[in-house]
Design a protein around this ligand. Structure first.
Ligand code: NAD
Length: 303
């Protein structure tokens, strides 16, 4: 079975590629390396450095004839999407449509889309949120993810393209960018290990649902046998203050200060994944185990 992975040089995408290769899939990656890194690429996977919006994507699909597509390539910075909604929509909507059109033209059997729970449900919802919650995205990034899900519904109905859309909670783990705006665990780990003080936005009582990237990679591969929309999270809410404390305990050091709260920042986010649990998926990693592996990665990276 041949899998094409967009964004396969990125944080989550590269773990999906590793998982697929281990399971015996033939894998090809498309990535423009805007945030992804060559060093993340699995040596057993083919690689095309190309933008998902490029017309040449058609040649890759024609030559490679993938059976299934994992679509992870995206502009994934929520704050950038607020500053420049047009560029966000360009990559996240038009780029995705280019991928969907090529799936149809080349009779791809299944597409697995990387969506976002936190960004799609928005604020003032039942927590943990299930897939039946009304979608209220509060950023252009969330609007674009929801739009692609709606397009997936359209492509399935009209062209018969089967899909699963995975709405992730906050994914963390090795290879996550620690220099960006998002990815609090990567940012805290890197800073604490290098002896820098960590800034917590506001009170630190904001909560998130942290799911380890290996569990997310497993969900992607399982989703080949699923159709529809599924949350991928642990159902456990953790305060940002607790995250700092846990990393400090594992690292044996760490200092923090509180900065001003970010206007409009979501206060609580946590996903109810019972729909996916019923299909046989459950996270293998506790937060403690995932944090230990993540810190180990950043320790070695900074050596
Ligand atoms: P990432 O930035 O590490 O990965 C995105 C990858 O896509 C990168 O390798 C980048 O180079 C590539 N890319 C970006 N624009 C491209 C383009 N126009 N053409 C080709 N390649 C392009 O981010 P990630 O955290 O691994 O996110 C992967 C997916 O998961 C994204 O779709 C993101 O929206 C989604 N997601 C992530 C989280 C999270 O917590 N990290 C949560 C919800 C959803």
């Amino acid at each position: 079975m041949k899998a094409l992975v967009t964004g396969g040089a990125g944080f989550i995408g590269s773990w999906v590629v590793d998982y697929l290769v281990n399971e015996g899939f033939e894998v090809v990656v498309i990535d423009n390396l805007s945030t992804g890194k060559k060093e993340n690429l699995n040596k057993k996977a083919g690689f095309y450095q190309l933008d998902i919006r490029d017309k040449k994507i058609a040649d890759i699909f024609k030559n490679e004839k993938p059976d299934c597509v994992f679509h992870l390539a995206a502009q994934m910075d929520v704050r950038k999407s607020i500053i420049n909604p047009v560029e966000d929509a360009n990559v996240n909507i038009l780029g995705s449509l280019n991928i969907l059109n090529n799936c149809v033209a080349n009779k791809v059997k299944k597409i697995i889309f990387s969506s976002s729970g936190g960004a799609i449900y928005g604020d003032n919802v039942e927590v943990p949120s299930s897939e039946t919650e009304k979608e209220k995205p509060i950023s252009p990034y969330g609007v674009a993810k929801l739009a692609v899900e709606k397009y997936l519904g359209f492509y399935k109905k009209v062209y018969g393209l089967d899909y699963a859309s995975l709405r992730y909670a906050n994914v963390y783990g090795p290879r996550q960018n620690s220099k960006g705006e998002a990815g609090v665990i990567a940012i805290f780990s890197d800073k604490i290990l290098s002896g820098e003080k960590v800034k917590i936005n506001g009170s630190g009582k904001q909560t998130r649902d942290f799911v380890y990237m290996k569990d997310v990679a497993k969900a992607n591969v399982m989703a080949l046998n699923l159709s529809g929309v599924f949350n991928v999270g642990t159902g456990k809410e953790t305060e940002i203050n607790q995250i700092f404390q846990k990393i400090k305990e594992i690292a044996g050091k760490g200092e923090k200060f509180h900065g001003s709260a970010i206007a409009g920042e979501q206060l609580r986010s946590c996903l109810d994944s019972s729909k996916l649990n019923k299909k046989g998926w459950k996270p293998d990693y506790s937060l403690e185990l995932g944090l230990k592996e993540t810190l180990e990665f950043f320790k070695n990276k900074n050596k």
